[in-house]
Design a protein around this ligand. Structure first.
Ligand code: 8X3
Length: 252
């Protein structure tokens, strides 16, 4: 029998979000996928529905617009959601605080903080009914500041602290909350951070094997598949050759 409940994934068009969609689809989970790039979401939907006995809904939502998030939640109010992968987030730029472009700061705050918070808040009524599970994607940058990281690091520390705070506020509801903090993952992350500069983006992952988005998705599946009475609260996952945000062993 096809399951009635859905996993809601933000930033599902690529990287960790997309790999979570693929991994959950294999587990027979219905999906609600959110991203701005609807063409990519439609491709993922077609493929996953073809390969698995599941239902996938794809929604184009610009998370920097709170009214679009609210509108989306009205549209799905009758769906049963038992998993939220609160994944959408980005780094833009890596320069000294005083020289930072204000629009870059703003976009990071809009997505990593405001949209993240709104999505979590509006999903909680669903999760209370289903005794569901929130997976928040933070970062090693949430526990270690680095040069040029300022607002990005701050936004990920925010995710870490909100995750802990939600554990306390939601105690007794049966809702589980897991904060997944990846180190270097080879996704579009660096291409976005460095505004499309492929050379700089590639150099971030050169000389060692970074994490693949699949590594993170598998870890998320592990957290989700623990017994309902077990909550993995915080998982820091890094490549073997990474020991801290800035200490990476690179060959050559
Ligand atoms: C991504 C990892 O170290 O580039 O959040 O900030 S890092």
């Amino acid at each position: 029998m096809i399951s009635k409940t859905f996993a809601l994934i933000t930033g599902a068009s690529s990287g960790i979000g997309k790999e979570c969609a693929i991994a959950l689809a294999k587990e027979g989970k219905n999906l609600i996928l959110l991203a701005r790039r609807i063409d990519k979401l439609e491709e993922i939907k077609l493929k996953l529905e073809k390969e698995n006995s599941i239902k996938v809904f794809a929604y184009q939502v610009d998370l920097s617009k709170i009214n679009e998030i609210e509108h989306f939640f009205k549209a799905i109010e009758n769906k049963e959601i038992d998993i939220l992968i609160n994944n959408a987030g980005l780094a833009l730029g890596k320069t000294s605080f005083e020289d930072y472009n204000w629009n870059d700061f703003n976009q990071m705050i809009d997505i990593n903080i405001k949209a993240f918070t709104k999505v979590a808040q509006l999903t909680i009524p669903h999760l209370k009914k289903t005794k569901g599970h929130i997976i928040n994607i933070s970062s090693i940058a949430g526990i270690e500041a680095y040069e040029g990281g300022s607002v990005y690091c701050g936004s990920k520390a925010f995710v870490k602290m909100i995750s802990k705070s939600l554990r306390i506020d939601l105690l007794g509801t049966g809702i589980r909350i897991t904060d997944i903090a990846p180190g270097a993952v080879n996704t579009e992350f660096s291409k976005v951070r460095f505004k499309g500069d492929e050379n700089i983006a590639k150099s971030v992952y050169k000389g060692y094997t970074p994490l693949d988005a699949k590594d993170v998705a598998e870890t998320i599946i592990f957290a989700l598949s623990r017994p309902k009475s077990v909550n993995l609260e915080y998982i820091l996952i890094m490549p073997t050759n990474q020991a801290s945000a800035t200490r990476i062993f690179k060959e050559g």
